[in-house]
Design a protein around this ligand. Structure first.
Ligand code: SAH
Length: 246
């Protein structure tokens, strides 16, 4: 059997940020599996089957990929950004964990440029010192844990990258995190709102925490909250590397 599953990251949007390794995997695939908008980012090639599914059908997608590979197909599962960051790689391993018959399928994870790195690069280097990454979706964890993690990051003065900040199904979460941040941090703390970076709809702005409102973000936005030391130089926002106080 020559079948396999490669779980790949397509980067934030632009073809330039698809790695050569991921491109080769796409070129060699017999089957491409993924959420519709991500599969659409892969140029059509004759002889390749595409298997498009809804955003919520992650487990079925992983099961399909493993079953196709077990039957001999060269399967590529596509995620945006990096497949290990709030994306399909963990789902594939969860399904393997539950289905011993698939534990011998050859699986490989190919990294991609995750949204926070693309967003950070657009403004300078806000993640240039210690930082923390939190998914604001509470679909898979209690909301109280999200808040505890945000507080822990702020209390140890780390910068924060916030994924999945706000959806129509979860309009309140980001507002609550914003209120929490506005209570605990100084009003001039730098915040970066990076929407749809590396796509034609890109918009990126940096502003002080006191000027941020919840309606400025949506599901296509990656939010970076600076540490207390994050600052501006010319048009850039960056976090210096040295910290002298504990
Ligand atoms: N695996 C992806 C993240 C998936 S979670 C990655 O590594 O980037 C989806 C969230 O990622 C979105 O809600 C948004 O917060 C962020 N995101 C993905 N692509 C983005 C882009 N081009 N610009 C800004 N944020 C993006």
């Amino acid at each position: 059997m020559s079948g396999y599953v490669k779980v790949v990251g397509l980067g934030p949007g632009a073809p330039d940020l698809v790695t050569p390794e991921v491109q080769r995997a796409l070129d060699d695939a017999t089957d491409i599996v993924g959420y519709g908008p991500y599969v659409e980012r892969v140029p059509r090639r004759s002889g390749v089957r595409t298997h498009v599914s809804d955003n919520r059908q992650e487990r079925q997608r992983a099961q399909l990929a493993l079953a196709l590979a077990a039957a001999g197909s060269r399967v590529v599962v596509v995620s945006s950004g990096d497949p290990g960051v709030f994306a399909m790689a963990s789902v594939v391993f969860e399904v393997m964990d539950e289905h011993p018959q698939w534990q011998r399928v050859a699986v490989q994870v190919l990294p991609g440029v995750t949204a926070m790195l693309a967003a950070a690069a657009r403004v300078g280097a806000p993640l240039g010192h210690d930082f923390c990454v939190i998914n604001l979706s509470d679909n898979l964890k209690p909301w109280s844990l999200v808040e505890r993690r945000v507080v822990a990051a702020v209390d140890t003065d780390m910068a924060l990258a916030l994924y999945n900040p706000r959806s129509t199904a979860r309009p309140e979460g980001f507002r609550r995190v914003l209120e929490l941040l506005q209570r605990r941090c100084e009003p001039a703390r730098w915040v970066v709102l990076a929407r749809a970076v590396y796509t034609p709809q890109e918009s990126v702005r940096s502003l002080p925490l006191c000027q941020v409102s919840a309606d400025m973000v949506d599901m296509r936005t990656l939010v970076i909250v600076g540490s207390s030391r994050t600052k501006r130089v010319g048009p850039f926002v960056y976090t210096p590397r040295q910290v002298t106080t504990a």
